[in-house]
Design a protein around this ligand. Structure first.
Ligand code: LP5
Ligand code: MN
Length: 256
């Protein structure tokens, strides 16, 4: 697996779920991007930056909320390296988006060579193996033939389908048992074994935490990133993980 060398202070954040219905979260993200440009050496965004990404061609005539996000990403990427990773809601992010904002796309998973050591970074949905209905959906939408057909539809058609899929997903997740929507312990263990790394960082489950476990006689840590919601959650929530030579630390968004 190729390593991404990232010296200095790295900021990692996921699951912002930005979209037209999340203006306050978008504002918080714009401030976060400005702070990252000033304070971090690199910014990594491993997935679900967007609530639903229907294809990179939307950036050719972006709606105002998206135009502001693209501009801010561009400004930050001109100051520090920015890496975008695909999540389960923005798995269609591609090279046109990355090149337009001056970012790079993260491999899945990504192996980071940081001042704190090797860290494996991924969105996390691929580890939720007990959620078989989701894994079937994932296999369908990750299939290049499905993607080609979907991307061949008009933007309004794709927006309607994305909205339907979000509706179905909300209903499905409400009906599911909470524990099947968490990562599968065997999948996590296999990833630690196969890669030999001591630290895994992922998002997706919206269960921010640091888990300590032992795999193959070695101490491992699994750090789970928080989701962001400054529009509907009270108090508003969100945050990021900072990694530097001294270790790893969560920071909460400071929002009024
Ligand atoms: O995203 P979230 O947090 O609600 O739940 C996820 C899993 N759901 C998804 C689906 C996405 O939310 C949908 C948005 C994708 C937009 C991208 C572009 C457009 C694609 C259009 C597709 C037709 O990822 C959810 C997990 C949960 O995480 C926890 O891990 O449980 O999985 C599901 O809800 C899957 C369902 O169980 C089964 C499939 C429902 C979707 C069916 C789509 C039907 C589309 C309608 C077209 C006529
Ligand atoms: Mn997700």
């Amino acid at each position: 697996m190729n390593k991404i060398t990232l010296p200095g202070t790295i900021w990692v954040a996921s699951d912002m779920h930005l979209g037209p219905a999340a203006p306050a979260t978008t504002e918080a993200f714009l401030s976060f991007l400005e702070a990252a440009a000033d304070e971090a050496s690199a910014l990594l965004l491993p997935g679900d930056i967007f609530d639903a990404w229907i294809g990179d061609d939307v950036i050719r005539q972006p709606p105002p909320w998206l135009a502001s996000v693209l501009q801010a990403l561009k400004t930050t990427a001109a100051a520090i390296p920015v890496w975008l990773g695909r999540g389960n809601r923005d798995f269609l992010m591609g090279t046109e988006l990355a090149e337009t904002v001056g970012a790079r796309l993260l491999p899945e998973p990504a192996l980071l060579d940081t001042d704190y050591g090797l860290i494996l970074l991924t969105h996390g949905d691929e580890l939720c193996l007990d959620d078989q209905a989701y894994q079937a959906f994932r296999a369908m939408v990750r299939d290049p033939a499905w993607q080609k057909e979907f991307l061949g539809k008009s933007i309004p058609e794709r927006l309607t389908l994305a909205q339907q899929a979000r509706g179905e997903s909300k209903a499905a997740t409400q009906a599911k048992q909470a524990d099947i929507m968490d990562v599968n312990p065997d999948a996590v263990e296999s990833l630690f074994r196969e890669t030999g790394v001591a630290t895994l960082v992922h998002g997706h489950t919206h269960r921010p935490d640091r888990h300590v476990l032992e795999v193959a006689g070695k101490r491992r840590e699994r750090w789970v990133l928080p989701d962001w919601d400054c529009d509907h959650a009270r108090p508003p929530r969100g945050g990021w993980l900072a990694i530097d030579r001294d270790g790893m630390q969560f920071y909460d968004l400071e929002v009024a």
